[in-house]
Ligand binder design. Structure first.
Ligand code: ZN
Length: 289
């Protein structure tokens, strides 16, 4: 039987608006501005994106809303909801921006119960808040009660105006203790300064996971030497369509999900661990049958 592959970290190809710096960096992966615009337009059609998933061997994609105007840009919950209506293979995650949305708990409940969202994505380093700040606790209480996973950006970002201190995995220690039944997914595994801290959170808390989006797949075992032992806590993701950046000269090249999957399949880990990372863990988190 073919194993299920789930990409737990995908953004819309076309946002409502982009922060200037981010737009420039993304466009850098394409030879011309026209080709970049063409790419964004083509894949803003969900049927074209589903075809791409078929070509790359991906069964399901988690599509993330993002309301972070200072750093990357805005793709609204409504845009993600509409996009994902094309197929059950597209799994919508909503977002809330603490500076724009009062009463986040009520909003989350409405988005989950009445708009088909299956999870929540939050962006502490882009929206400037600590994940363990008590003003978020009513929101977490709703997420825990509804049994939905909550994914957070952790670690570094190259986009201007992001503030990395808010991406430190240590703050999930509080959240994991106070909301033991809420599934916490640390996107990028504390990328940059905190791989070890992220792995520590995974070791300590049964409800904390890592999604490996935006990390070099070849290097995963260097970054997380305990990956095999905690393979039930690691989740595959690509961060599509964010390009791969050469951090020295900031040159960008388009990211190829299929290559990422192939590189993960070549890692020196067991078949069972691979199956868990590529799809099984995500399938359970999302309650897919
Ligand atoms: Zn992302």
């Amino acid at each position: 039987m073919k194993e299920t592959v789930i990409d737990f970290h995908v953004h819309l190809a076309k946002y409502e608006s982009y922060a200037v710096n981010c737009d420039g960096l993304l466009a850098g992966a394409y030879p011309t501005r026209e080709e970049y615009n063409e790419f964004r337009k083509y894949y803003s059609n969900p049927h074209n994106f589903l075809q791409l998933m078929d070509e790359k061997g991906i069964d399901y994609s988690v599509i993330l809303a993002e309301i972070t105007p200072l750093t990357t840009g805005v793709s609204t919950n409504e845009m993600v909801e509409t996009f994902c209506q094309a197929s059950p293979r597209l799994i919508p995650f909503c977002t809330l921006n603490p500076y724009q949305h009062p009463n986040m708990g009520n909003l989350l409940e409405d988005l989950i119960l009445h708009h088909g969202f299956k999870g929540l994505k939050l962006y502490p380093p882009y929206n400037y808040f600590y994940p363990n700040d008590s003003f978020l606790y009513p929101l977490y209480a709703v997420a825990e009660r509804l049994g939905i996973p909550v994914q957070f950006h952790t670690g570094s970002s190259i986009f201007a105006n992001s503030r990395i201190k808010y991406g430190n995995p240590i703050y999930f220690d509080d959240v994991a203790v106070d909301f033991p039944d809420m599934k916490i997914i640390m996107a990028h595994g504390g990328r940059g300064p905190w791989y070890n801290k992220a792995l520590n959170m995974v070791r300590l808390h049964q409800n904390v996971y890592i999604d490996v989006a935006g990390l070099p797949p070849k290097k995963l075992l260097e970054l997380f030497p305990d990956m095999e032992r905690f393979a039930h806590k690691f989740i595959f993701g690509t961060d599509w369509p964010t390009p791969v950046f050469n951090i020295i000269n900031m040159k960008a090249s388009p990211m190829d999900a299929q290559k990422n999957i192939e590189m993960i399949r070549k890692l020196n880990i067991s078949q069972e661990a691979m199956t868990n990372i590529l799809g099984e863990n995500a399938r359970q988190l999302l309650g897919l049958v």
